[in-house]
Design a protein around this ligand. Structure first.
Ligand code: PLP
Length: 502
């Protein structure tokens, strides 16, 4: 046998170059007990107190089981979450980054990657309009940094906002004011989690009314700010969302920026999901006004298919990062080192920082701006096809919500057709109809998983479980969309038949 590293790398590369794509191959489902038992023939799943060094052959056998029983998220019928279809170039770029194993903190340890981060962040900053096209292409102080995920970047952004409000907070601690921030009722829970961690408090995240698709209602924001102020609280930030998780709704960023400017509030844009619309000339208008925000989080590991994780936190005034986060560790950030002005390590909370930029840089160089644009356009085209199929289904599928790349809908049993299921109509459903519709998606999903035919997410909308199909994998075709909808029809009918028998 060759070296174990070669055996594992060969299997990983074979998987990336030719991932499972047969119709029943989305997942080889096993219960937790069965899954653990699968490994009994190789190295076993758990570690005993005196865990031995296993033979290389056994470990390689276990690697094959790992691959076999993992969910194949590159499969075109994995339409389950806000990530899917990793770009193969990004996958191998991630491996290369791991092989070079450094931290992006200093020019000293990462000369290539500090410059690369600057080049990519500067390009992202130009794409979102934070810096002019004429700016330096590789500035020592780029307009942001890479972070380990959108939630962490949200935490950083809110700390930046709070720091601008109270510049001595890092030194003296919070002043005792009741700070409040605002996010739409459809916004991501990263806002409340960050507020919890920052000591702002979940109760001080004010959920502003959103419309039936999930976009914040700007006049409701005005009212919420006035109410909070009248109540003695101190507003300091607003989070606008560009691409909500469930329906992909886009807040009107210009309207939010007007309000934030009038009240001197930090405007943070959560573009974790929909930020990538900026790459497409057809869809970038959805983020009009983002250039007026103070910070912007962009998960390239969602729509752009970078491996998890690849998140850029962009900041309109990058000097804020240093002011807010610098710890001035003199053993690491010596100002008299060669090219210390390229060190990015003191502009963030982290010490070690993965070089997530490499996979993005490789992928972008490989696909170019045009390739990035077509990934977005393709995703929206697949969503449009799904919407057209639903509209032409004679009531078998009922649209519920969603826009851009997301389609939220229900499968309707024949006895209930036709039915209107927008969020307002859902609130008026009689309890029996609600119960029938509510229990179907989990049953359909369970059969999909058991048979490995597809994975489609479901979630409550106005309290009713509904399906969500969302697109970003560039290998999805209309045939896949049609097959998934057929699958939902078949399994829905099975669920109704089994309910009738019981
Ligand atoms: C709109 C939105 N914001 C923030 C996040 C959090 O990003 P991450 O999972 O990278 O922490 C998500 C994740 O799905 C999201 O959809």
């Amino acid at each position: 046998m060759r070296r174990i590293e070669e055996e594992i790398a060969e299997r990983a590369l074979a998987y990336v170059l030719d991932p499972p794509s047969d119709p029943n191959d989305v997942i080889q489902y096993a219960s937790p007990d069965d899954l653990i038992a699968v490994f009994d023939d190789s190295v076993g799943f758990s570690f005993a107190a005196d865990a031995p060094a296993e033979r290389a052959e056994s470990i390689v056998a276990a690697v094959e089981k790992v691959i076999e029983h993992s969910v194949h998220t590159s499969h075109p019928r994995f339409i389950n979450q806000n990530f899917a279809g990793p770009d193969p170039v990004s996958v191998v770029g991630d491996w290369l980054g791991a092989a070079l194993n450094t931290t992006g903190a200093t020019f000293e340890a990462a000369p290539v990657f500090t410059l690369m981060e600057s080049a990519v962040l500067s390009k992202l900053g130009r794409v979102c309009g934070y810096i002019p096209e004429s700016d330096e292409l590789i500035p020592p102080l780029p307009p942001g940094l890479f972070c380990p995920g959108g939630s962490t970047a949200t935490l950083y952004a809110l700390q930046l906002a709070r720091h601008r409000h109270q510049p001595d907070i890092a030194q003296r601690g919070a002043s005792g004011e009741r700070l409040v921030l605002f996010v739409s009722s459809a916004g991501h829970y990263a806002a409340t989690k960050s507020a919890a961690l920052l000591g702002i408090g979940i109760d001080n995240v004010i959920k502003v009314e959103s419309d039936s698709v999930g976009a914040m209602v700007p006049v409701a924001l005005e009212t919420a700010i006035a109410d909070a102020t009248a109540d003695g609280a101190v507003p300091f930030a607003v989070i606008g969302t560009s691409g909500t998780t469930v329906t992909s709704a886009f807040d009107d960023l210009n309207a939010l920026a007007d309000i934030c400017e009038a009240h001197r509030l930090w405007l943070h844009v959560d573009g974790c999901y929909g930020g990538s619309a900026l790459f497409s000339g057809n869809h970038r208008h959805l983020l009009d006004g983002v250039e007026r925000s103070d910070s912007f989080v962009w998960n390239l590991h969602k729509m752009m298919g970078m491996t998890q994780q690849c998140t850029a936190l962009l900041v309109r005034d990058p000097q804020q990062l240093d002011r807010c986060f610098a710890g001035k560790a003199d053993y690491l950030f010596q100002p008299d080192k060669l090219y210390a002005d390229y060190d990015s390590g003191d502009r963030t909370f982290q010490c070690a920082r993965r070089i997530d930029v490499l996979k993005l840089w490789l992928s972008w160089k490989h696909h170019g701006d045009t390739g990035f644009a077509s990934r977005i356009d393709h995703a929206v085209a697949m969503a449009d096809h799904t919407r057209a199929r639903i509209a032409g289904s004679n009531g078998e599928f009922a649209p519920v919500s969603g826009t851009f790349t997301n389609v939220v809908f229900a499968w309707v049993p024949p006895a209930l057709r036709p039915i209107t299921l927008d969020p307002a109509a859902i609130a008026d459903l009689d309890p029996q109809t609600h119960e029938v519709l509510h229990t179907l998606p989990p049953m359909v999903k369970a059969q999909m998983q058991a048979e490995g035919t597809a994975m489609v997410g479901f979630q409550p909308i106005a309290g009713l479980n509904t399906f969500r199909m969302l697109f970003m994998n560039s290998t999805v075709t209309t045939t896949d969309v049609d097959a998934i909808l057929d699958c939902i029809s078949e399994y829905g009918a099975n669920a109704v038949a089994s309910a009738e028998q019981n």
